[in-house]
Design a binder for this molecule. Structure first.
Ligand SMILES: [Zn+2]
Length: 468
């Protein structure tokens, strides 16, 4: 069994190391899907959806919906959906980021999401994201990931802030500006006649809003000219790759576990499910990954968007003969909202209610909240419990203490928007929203198996739901 855990964990680590931004994450998913002959659909073109067909459609290059139409699907049948998100808290380069202070060349950044920002200090950072280039008068979207440490947010020495171990609360505007270079090194390059830096200092256009050295590095990487850069969305990322850790090699130490664990497991679960009962499945199997969950999901590509409904309508359209296909489809559908959960921390165990302390290795965590911050109900949890029991996958439960704040995710948003039965679940992890998080190797295998078998089993379970 542990060999299975190890193999799944290693594949996941590869995925996470290649996904430093939501754009890269979606690109990696596309690669996995294309290997399985999924066909790319464009929102702007008409679609011809066929039984047994496998498709995907993206939004903003940062959200993706992959779907496989069961061999017995007809409009009016259900959608079996696993949903997750592609984004994680990080710093994002500001639209004008050029900052020169006290001999340092710095890059202005904005906070994206609710990160544990002090974990970004003293890390070897880089940038990754997408650049909009103009090519022959047309716009082009290009991914970029600089794979060496080019940025750093240094701590202030303890000698100059003796209370740092009592409290460390950096000002998020003033104290988190990463350093890219020094004036001294830049001038030295000039006097030694390094022609590339000569060129970079003369850069004009939109690129002028940013450090010339950063722009010239981007140009080198993308083989383009500075004047071809129209705009970009660049995120800071740690250069340290994810790794298997612990003396017994049972942990994954990694950035972005929330929520690339579930992004990966839902796509892999969908792919693996196609080997079983797909030819006779009356449902459409869907893995959907959204951007912007960490900032409230309110965007064209976020879970609050009309996009989900519009795509689902195109899969199960109403017709003149039957004006309620889509509505009946939704009533027969189910969403597994897959997002990471808080494992109980041994040094802060009092933060968890005594009966609700998820542990590493003990399986995916069903998330409950009476105030509907999670969408799980007795019925939706039962669907997952039935699948998990049949395949020997352990499950755990979580609800916050009454005196503690509660997170939320795409589950409550989509269940409210679509009126669809939803369960909230995710792998247990520690250090959520740190630059480097921690989970267990077994989690990848367990989540993948759970989502795979949900796709296989749900149509039969749905029948018993209907008869309830
Ligand atoms: Zn999350």
């Amino acid at each position: 069994m542990s060999k299975l855990y190890r193999e799944s964990a290693e594949k996941f680590i590869k995925f996470v190391n290649s996904s430093p931004s939501p754009y890269h994450g979606v690109e990696e998913c596309k690669k996995l899907l294309r290997e399985q002959n999924f066909i790319e659909l464009r929102e702007t073109s008409p679609w011809k959806i066929e039984q047994g067909g496998k498709y995907y459609v993206t939004k903003n290059h940062s959200s993706i919906m992959a779907f496989a139409v069961g061999g017995n699907f007809t409009p009016g049948n259900g959608f079996s959906i696993v949903g997750a998100h592609t984004d994680s808290p990080c710093f994002k380069v500001k639209p004008i980021s050029n900052i020169n202070k006290h001999g340092y060349l710095q890059v202005g950044v904005e906070c994206y999401g609710g990160g544990i920002w002090n974990t970004w200090f003293d890390r070897d950072l880089t940038v990754a994201g997408r650049v909009i280039l103009k090519e022959n008068g047309k716009m082009k979207h290009k991914l970029v990931h600089i794979k060496r440490p080019i940025l750093r947010i240094p701590h202030l020495a303890i000698h100059l802030q003796r209370d740092i171990n009592d409290k460390f609360s950096p000002n998020l505007e003033n104290h988190t500006i990463p350093i890219l270079a020094t004036e001294v090194a830049k001038q030295l390059q000039h006097t030694t006649g390094d022609s590339s830096s000569e060129k970079s200092s003369e850069i004009t256009c939109k690129a002028n809003a940013h450090q010339p050295a950063l722009i010239s590095l981007l140009c080198e990487e993308m083989l383009c000219k500075a004047e071809d850069i129209v705009d970009f969305e660049l995120f800071l990322a740690d250069t340290q790759p994810a790794a298997i850790g612990g003396v017994l090699s049972e942990f994954i130490f990694s950035p972005r576990l929330d929520n690339l664990v579930n992004a990966y497991a839902s796509i892999q679960g969908l792919i693996m499910s196609l080997e079983e009962s797909f030819a006779t499945d009356p449902n459409v199997r869907i893995a959907v990954l959204y951007d912007n969950e960490e900032v409230g999901s309110q965007s064209a590509q976020g879970a609050c968007s009309k996009w989900t409904e519009l795509v689902l309508r195109r899969i199960s359209p109403n017709s003149q003969e039957d004006a309620t296909c889509f509505e009946r489809s939704l009533a027969k559908s189910f969403l597994v909202s897959a997002d990471q959960a808080h494992a109980c921390h041994p040094n802060y165990a009092e933060k968890h209610e005594i009966n609700l302390r998820p542990a590493l290795h003990k399986g995916p965590v069903l998330k409950y909240n009476a105030k509907q911050r999670y969408a799980t109900t007795a019925v939706t949890a039962s669907v997952i419990r039935i699948v998990a029991e049949k395949y020997g996958i352990p499950l755990q439960e979580f609800a916050v203490k009454n005196d503690s704040p509660c997170g939320s995710t795409i589950g409550p948003i989509l269940s409210a928007k679509l009126g669809i039965s939803t369960v909230d679940i995710g792998g247990p992890q520690l250090s959520m929203h740190s630059i480097r998080e921690m989970c267990c190797t077994s989690s990848i295998h367990q989540c993948t198996q759970l989502y795979k078998n949900f796709f296989v089993e749900f149509p039969a379970i749905q029948k018993s739901m209907e008869e309830m």
